[in-house]
Write a protein that binds this ligand. Structure first.
Ligand code: PLP
Length: 379
């Protein structure tokens, strides 16, 4: 099955009891047992719920994976992966990460004796310098948030495999429509389902997709034991959102390209970050591993201090100033004060997350209205 067909059908059959085309919302915490242990495969909804199970099959199919696990947030999914580790283990990860990932690594898991190396991953060879016998996990995010660096998943997966190190990829920015890390050698794909997969800014959810049966068993144990699993209503909303993922992604990519091209030559724009430009430093890797370049575009404003950046960020009429991304509506975000506030200034400055940086999540509205809005806000 091809992508759009999987987005609509994978894991889904008409409901056997009524023929309902849409998967019912099984709003139940528990399930009847005829005698102890004699049930229909469901016992308690923290561990298994029929609506969630259908969603998990669809999520797995979209990443060409055997298994899917849905979590109550992207951070819940990340937390579960980190719980595979033990004190003394080391993790190699990027120096330009989603702020919440940086925060859970440095403020939570560091306290449990896990050591993190935050490095520039755009040069895959750089990773080898940080590998030692304690290295148990490599955590990639690509494209990175918010500076849109591209990390070569296949090159790093070869390094990880040779050393028997687990490789996990945060695929939130690309979505499975643009990039499939498992096909490139990753062991685990993580998503903030909240973003493109759900697509309508109305759900918080996360997911892990993977092939290995043993690893799935370990992660399912953590998922059930720790309990960050989503409810049936949210599972239904995501199943519904997924049905248009391919259509939305095409529109995000098309609008993203038009906006990137418009902003590139705008006199108020100092720098632009979008991997589709042939002079983007990692463009060739982006072309190799992604099918298109997505709807995320970041810019820095020329000669703008924090106050001027705030003024511009607050003057949009169609774009909404808000955290998050990947919904049908266009959003603008000021990383320093919003999504990346938990990263220390010295660390932010190193990777270009400066006071005058704005990140656009280009939605699927009519492009003329988006361009007009940018024109007036930047005037
Ligand atoms: C939003 C986001 C997360 C966290 O996901 P939540 O659903 O908000 O918990 C992780 N990684 C990236 C790249 C994100 O954008």
């Amino acid at each position: 099955m091809k992508f759009g067909t999987k987005a609509i059908h994978a894991g889904q059959e008409p409901d056997p009891s009524t023929g309902a085309i849409m998967t019912p919302i099984y709003q139940t915490s528990t399930y009847w047992q005829k005698s102890p242990g004699d049930n229909k495969g469901f016992e308690y909804s923290r561990g298994t719920n029929p609506t969630r199970q259908v969603l998990e099959s669809c999520l797995a199919a979209l990443e060409n994976a055997k298994h899917g696990l849905a979590f109550s947030s992207g951070m819940g999914a990340t937390d579960a992966v980190m719980k595979l580790l033990s004190p003394g283990d080391e993790v190699i990860t990027g120096d330009d990460l989603y702020g919440g990932s940086y925060r859970i690594f440095t403020k939570i898991f560091s306290n449990y004796g896990i050591k993190f190396h935050f490095i520039n991953m755009t040069d895959a060879e750089n990773v080898t310098k940080y590998i030692n016998p304690n290295t148990k996990l490599i955590w990639i995010e690509t494209p990175t948030n918010p500076t849109m660096q591209i990390v070569d998943i296949e090159a790093i997966s070869k390094i990880a495999k040779a050393k028997n190190i687990l490789l996990s990829v945060d695929n939130t920015f690309a979505s499975p429509y643009l990039q499939n890390p498992i096909d490139l050698g990753a062991d685990i794909v993580m998503h903030s389902v909240t973003k493109y997969l759900a697509g309508h800014s109305d759900v918080i959810m996360g997911a892990l997709m993977l092939n290995d049966d043993q690893l799935y068993k370990r992660l399912w144990f953590i998922y059930n034991a720790c309990g960050a699993t989503p409810g049936p209503m949210d599972s239904f909303l995501v199943l519904r959102g997924l049905k248009t993922l391919h259509l939305r992604m095409r529109a995000h990519c098309e609008n993203g390209r038009m906006i990137a091209e418009f902003l590139r030559n705008h006199p108020k724009v100092e720098k632009i970050y979008w991997p589709g430009f042939s002079d983007h430093p990692n463009h060739s890797i982006a072309k190799k591993q992604m099918r298109d370049f997505g709807g995320m575009v970041s810019i820095t404003l020329k000669d703008a201090d924090l106050k001027e950046t705030y003024r511009v960020a607050s003057s949009f009429k169609v774009f909404s100033l808000a955290e998050s991304l990947g919904g049908v509506e266009s959003l603008i975000n000021h990383p320093v004060s919003m999504t990346h506030g938990s990263i220390p200034k010295e660390e932010r400055d190193k990777v270009g997350v400066t006071d005058n940086l704005l990140r656009l999540s280009v939605g699927v509205e009519d492009i003329d209205d988006l361009l007009d809005d940018l024109k007036q806000a930047l005037s």
